[in-house]
Design a binder for this molecule. Structure first.
Ligand SMILES: Nc1ncnc2c1ncn2[C@@H]1O[C@H](COP(=O)(O)OP(=O)(O)OP(=O)(O)O)[C@@H](O)[C@H]1O
Ligand SMILES: [Mg+2]
Length: 359
């Protein structure tokens, strides 16, 4: 809170009704009293009657007061009323769901006052609200899109089966397609549920010290068949034991996702390498593949939900794997770094805090 306040005072360059107003009033009053003295002298000289002599200064100062009031009114209008009117208008639009509004500041960046700072914060708030809204609608349209494909596959093959025209061999094929589509649907739903749960989780659950090397071996074992099928060679260079403090069931998601990507995006005959080392900064685990690699533009998006850069593999998976990996590592105080070269391969490096040795 304190920091915010000092930030505000740094951002505010000018205060409303600054010294110049005092100078204006002072100057005007000095000038007017000079003219007042001149008026008195003139009336004496011209020997006007007593009635005019007494009412003229009252009228004169009345006009001065009207002038100053009009000036102050104009100043209040341009300083407060107009920007506040624009703000009120913008607030009404936001309340109606229009997040495209933008209120311009009254002054330039080098002369911001507190109202300008308030306007800037308002614009920022509207922008954030707008992006949350877009994320929500994007998320819903992505989920609907991802669900539509397997559902229509299931529907089409079920129709073919019901028609009863297929041979026994074809029936088996159709049943296999239905099974695949159903498992794709179920993995989509379970990934969405996991992501949703992790996104609302602030504290690390069930963190315990465990041997990550053993867990890596178990994960690799799950992909043995897939690697064999694609004739992918596996190289592993890991220590015998490396203790980390994390939630083992969540970390399993990380290794499974990284390995599944490595296998999926590596062509037949490629190599997947797993390396693990320990140093004073923690436990470092890297998964390297000799696959298609990721372009510079795509690298910035691969952790976004539903993002699938490589369209040729878009039928496999839903683009939620790395979003899950990122969220799990955030909860585990871990880090992930990527190096990739298009056409050559990628390395995903995970750094985890080591478990404190029990002595
Ligand atoms: N090892 C890799 N090599 C090349 N591209 C990769 C690799 N890992 C991820 N990517 C790119 O990042 C995108 C997002 O990966 P992510 O794991 O989130 O989704 P996915 O694997 O397509 O689907 P899912 O993980 O839900 O099964 C992938 O579609 C791909 O374009
Ligand atoms: Mg994946």
């Amino acid at each position: 809170m304190k920091k915010e306040r000092s930030n505000d005072s740094e951002r505010i360059k000018e205060w409303r009704f600054a010294c110049f107003l005092f100078a204006v009033y002072w100057g005007v009053l000095l000038l007017m009293s000079g003219l007042h003295s001149g008026l008195i002298v003139m009336m004496e000289k011209l020997q006007w009657n007593a009635y005019i002599k007494s009412t003229a200064p009252i009228l004169y100062w009345g006009m001065v007061a009207v002038g100053l009031t009009l000036f102050a009114r104009q100043k209040i209008k341009s300083t407060y009323a107009e920007p506040l009117h624009k703000m009120a208008e913008a607030t009404r639009k936001v309340a109606e769901g229009d997040f495209s509004v933008y209120v311009p500041t009254v002054h330039t960046a080098d002369r911001l006052d507190y109202l300008d700072v308030m306007i800037l914060d308002f614009n920022k708030m509207v922008e954030e609200l707008g992006s949350i809204e877009t994320l929500k609608t994007d998320f819903i349209s992505n989920v609907s899109h991802e669900m539509k494909t397997p559902i229509s596959i299931i529907k089409n093959y079920a129709q073919l089966l019901r028609a009863g025209m297929a041979s026994e061999q074809q029936e088996k094929e159709y049943a296999k397609e239905i099974e695949n589509a159903a498992s794709r649907l179920s993995s989509l739903i379970s990934n969405i549920l996991k992501l949703n749960k992790l996104e609302h989780q602030r504290i690390m659950p069930e963190a315990a010290s465990y041997d990550v090397c053993r867990q890596l071996c178990e994960s690799v074992f799950l992909f043995e068949d897939a690697m064999e099928e694609k004739e992918i060679a596996l190289e592993a260079d890991i220590e015998d034991v490396a203790m980390v403090r994390a939630d083992a069931s969540l970390m399993e998601l990380v290794w499974n996702n990284l390995l599944s990507n490595a296998v999926k995006f590596t062509e037949r005959g490629g190599t997947v390498t797993i390396r693990q080392t320990s140093d004073e900064n923690g436990i470092r685990i890297s998964v390297t593949d000799t696959g298609c690699g990721i372009s510079r533009e795509n690298i910035n998006h691969i952790f976004d939900k539903f993002y699938q850069g490589d369209t040729s593999h878009a039928t496999e998976g839903n683009g939620l794997g790395l979003a899950l990996v990122k969220r799990v590592l955030e909860l585990m105080d871990g880090e992930i770094q990527i190096t990739s070269e298009e056409g050559k391969g990628s390395t995903f490096l995970v750094v985890l805090p080591a478990a404190e040795s029990e002595s």
